[in-house]
Design a protein around this ligand. Structure first.
Ligand code: UFG
Length: 327
């Protein structure tokens, strides 16, 4: 199949590109390189520099590529994803994440491309009170990031209905880890996610780290999340694409492991390798206490089961940072 991966030079997008190439697909990457890097893009993919909010550029690239062959599907990874940043800069999130999706869909409609695979997030569920989230649960985001993804999900639904398109929307839980080759992983200045921060602290790339709140209603008082290895997550996209291109009904699917770990448990796991210097600080705005996926639908519709555990996530991230960040 011929696939366009928008945001294919970023952390998750570049893993998806790798899985697509490995599965024998013809891959075109569009990325503005705001957080992604050229060296993360597999050499078998064709790369175009472009921003998803640049309608003229997007049309140009699609028109040029369509001359070589029609696209079977478009995958979207070109989003801003940092919860606290979305709280302080909501307009940037609405512009990039919602307007970007509108322009992508408009381009797809104009080109007659029928299948879209979209990266959404567990943040659409908001402050969940249940033990695990199913896709049918109430959608009540508590931060602009989650709102921007929910608005995009709804836009995709209505556009697909109006123009006879198919979609596979994936709601990611906490994605982490690096590729086993150690060539790609989460490389970025100003990292905010718990696993890279804990690993960097263990590697003495940071003096210490702060646990944002230990007074949540969880067994040890710190927030619980469902961590999923990026390579497992990326592989689900290949399955999702085949699922809709082969004529199955559009679907919205959680991608998580169905298991939750607290912030303290993450620190304990990293501490098995190296000591971690941390202190307890105040809660961070926009953080729900607990987010765990029900992954039954992914298994039922796609036959997808994550292969890697929190141990694998931490070990690959640790080895990736040892290789790329220690000079
Ligand atoms: N945390 C700390 N200290 C840090 C960083 C994070 O205690 O230095 C805590 C946070 O407060 C939170 C937990 O670790 O309780 C996880 O935080 P992350 O920033 O790693 O991830 P989030 O859960 O905020 O968000 C991530 C993705 C979202 C996605 C969400 C779904 O960034 O895109 O997971 O669960 F929606």
């Amino acid at each position: 199949m011929k696939v366009c991966v928008i945001g294919g030079a970023g952390y998750i997008g570049s893993h998806a590109v790798l899985e697509l190439v490995k599965d024998g697909h013809d891959v075109v990457v569009i990325d503005n390189l705001s957080t992604g890097t050229m060296d993360a893009v597999d050499e078998k993919a064709r790369f175009y520099l472009g921003d998803i909010t640049d309608e003229i550029k997007l049309r140009e690239i699609f028109t040029e590529e369509t001359k070589l062959g029609h696209f079977d599907a478009v995958m979207h990874f070109a989003a801003k994803i940092v919860v606290p940043e979305s709280v302080s800069h909501p307009l940037e999130y609405y512009h990039n994440n919602v307007e970007g999706v509108r322009i992508m869909l408009k381009t797809m409609v104009n080109q007659g491309i029928k299948n879209v695979i979209f990266s959404s997030t567990a943040a659409v569920y908001g402050d969940v009170k249940k033990d695990v989230c199913t896709e049918e649960d109430e959608l009540k985001p508590i931060n602009p990031y989650g709102e921007s993804k929910l608005a995009s999900e709804r836009m995709i639904h209505w556009v697909a209905q109006a123009y006879d398109m198919n979609y596979c929307i994936f709601r990611y839980f906490n994605v982490a880890g690096a590729h086993e080759s150690l060539k790609i992983g989460l490389k970025r200045d100003n990292l905010t996610h718990i696993i890279p921060i804990t690993v960097q602290t263990a590697l003495k790339l940071r003096d210490s780290m702060v646990v944002f709140g230990d007074d949540y209603l969880t067994p040890d008082g710190t927030c619980i999340r469902d961590y999923i290895h990026v390579a497992d997550l990326a592989f689900a996209h290949v399955l999702g694409m085949k699922y809709i291109v082969n004529g199955n009904k559009s679907a919205t699917i959680n991608l998580g492991s169905s298991t939750g770990y607290s912030v303290k448990q993450v620190i304990d796991e990293v501490s098995l390798h190296l000591p971690v210097n941390f202190s307890i600080g105040p809660r961070r705005p926009g953080d729900p206490a607990k987010l765990i996926a029900s992954s039954d639908r992914a298994k039922e519709l796609l036959g997808w089961i994550p292969k890697r555990t929190l141990k694998d996530i931490i070990l690959t991230d640790l080895n990736f940072r040892r290789k790329h960040e220690i000079r």
